[in-house]
Design a protein around this ligand. Structure first.
Ligand SMILES: C[S@@+](CC[C@H](N)C(=O)[O-])C[C@H]1O[C@@H](n2cnc3c(N)ncnc32)[C@H](O)[C@@H]1O
Length: 236
């Protein structure tokens, strides 16, 4: 039996200018973000990754017919509906909204709505209970995950995320980005203050120099921590 799949927004239209601006801007402001722990080649900007995953999960509102199903609304209504979806993408790609729960929740709700529509279209499918559970979004897998931009953003959008890669360095980055952090979500910081955490990291990175001159080491912690991270990754 055929699977009835409405066209996705990404097949029809995207607010490319907003995505381009946010992706270009991200390069100069992401200092300190875990994605800079190790600069993987060809890493996709997080803004672009977030936008394309959202647009792949959301159905295009335009009228569609064929393959045994009808879906969507007329041209005029579809234009308005697309503008509403574009606004979500425009908010979603802004760096400042990376952890904005209100913006993310709007996007997650839209993904769930589209998924439920797809489940409704396929409710007569013989494997509907397994494949089209309206309460269970499909999982996401990037088999060539590299620096992990796509699985990280899929996870942020509420999907159960899996990553794999041929290269063990990429696997380590993905473990650090998407597997380990959720285990500690909501936990208290390990150290009493951020500066103390930085001192601990510096001790690990270069204990002798940190003991000899702690103040100087603390002045440039991001550089030291990043180098420490890279040494660990390459050593692993
Ligand atoms: C262009 S990079 C992916 C970049 C990623 N999208 C990001 O945003 O960081 C392609 C990845 O495919 C991996 N790769 C190449 N051949 C592969 C194979 N046969 N199996 C698994 N991974 C492979 C490479 O190690 C590399 O990390």
């Amino acid at each position: 039996m055929n699977i009835k799949t409405p066209k996705k927004l990404i097949e029809v239209a995207l607010p490319l200018d907003a995505i381009n601006v946010a992706a270009a801007r991200e390069k100069s402001i992401r200092h300190g973000h875990p994605s800079t722990l190790h600069l993987w080649w060809a890493r996709r900007p997080l803004a672009a990754a977030r936008a394309v995953i959202f647009a792949q999960m959301v159905n295009d509102p335009g009228y569609q017919q064929g393959g045994g199903f009808r879906y969507g609304v007329n041209k005029e209504k579809a234009v308005l509906e697309r503008e509403r979806l574009f606004k979500i993408i425009e908010d979603l790609v802004r760096w400042e909204n990376t952890n904005n729960e209100e913006v993310l929740e709007r996007a997650r709700a839209e993904i769930l709505r589209s998924w439920r529509e797809t489940c409704e279209l396929n409710k007569a499918h013989p494997q509907a209970a397994e494949l089209f559970n309206p309460d269970q979004l499909p999982a996401f897998h990037d088999p060539f995950a590299g620096g992990g931009a796509l699985p990280l953003e899929a996870q942020r959008l509420g999907l159960e995320s899996y990553a794999s890669d041929l290269n063990p360095v990429a696997v380590t980055i993905n473990k650090a980005m998407i597997e380990i952090p959720p285990r500690f979500a909501g936990c208290d910081p390990v150290g009493p203050r951020l500066v103390s955490d930085k001192q601990d990291m510096l001790m690990l990175y270069n204990p002798q120099s940190a003991i000899r001159n702690p103040q100087s080491a603390i002045r440039n912690p991001q550089f030291a921590i990043r180098n420490w991270g890279e040494r660990c990754l390459w050593a692993g």
